[in-house]
Design a protein around this ligand. Structure first.
Ligand code: ZN
Ligand code: ZN
Length: 174
């Protein structure tokens, strides 16, 4: 099968976080998508071989974290963008063939395949900043009270230690 690349734009929440789902425990969290390591600080380009689930601490391939909704969206989008033009081409080939032969008539209608509704991203979950990788914050379920794992290196922290605190009073962050 030939692979036709399609580009998918996934919604981010208002803080710029992307929803993810652990392929092992199937719980959802969010991470901060880094735009393909555009900001590289002198050779510290971390080509991550795996990311760690904040909940079950298991590592998995960096592109194994699609949520079920995102996968379904991608499939529907692929159907709309790839399949439909192919069906159209097939249909017109058939019609051309019909005209030439004049004997057999095959009718085919292309089913309506519309692009899926874009996904929405609610502003849920609570932000967690790990001291070992401050450039890779995550968001976890509000109700999560156990340890959270750093996405990048797998170090675990008690959630109450790294959960984002409300802005400190009387301090102006510059
Ligand atoms: Zn997990
Ligand atoms: Zn870390």
């Amino acid at each position: 099968m030939s692979e036709t690349p399609i580009s998918i734009s996934l919604p981010l929440d208002k803080d710029g976080f992307l929803r993810r789902e652990c392929p092992i425990c199937e719980q959802q969290f969010k991470w901060w998508p880094t735009p393909s390591e555009e900001v590289t600080t002198e050779g510290t380009q971390e080509a991550s071989e795996a990311y760690f689930c904040p909940y079950c601490h298991e590592p998995a391939d960096p592109d194994a974290w699609w949520t079920k909704e995102q996968l379904r969206y991608a499939q529907e989008l692929a159907a709309a963008e790839v399949l439909r033009p192919e069906l159209r081409r097939f249909k017109s080939d058939l019609e051309r063939g019909n005209r030439r032969s004049g004997m057999i008539r095959i009718d085919m209608s292309v089913p309506p395949i519309s692009r899926p509704e874009p996904l929405a991203e609610p502003d849920d979950m609570v932000r967690v900043d790990v001291p070992c990788h401050p450039q890779k914050p995550i968001k976890v379920n509000e109700a999560w009270e156990q340890e959270v794992t750093c996405l990048v290196c797998g170090i675990r922290y008690p959630v109450e230690l790294v959960r984002a605190l409300p802005e400190k009073e009387g301090e102006v962050a510059e």
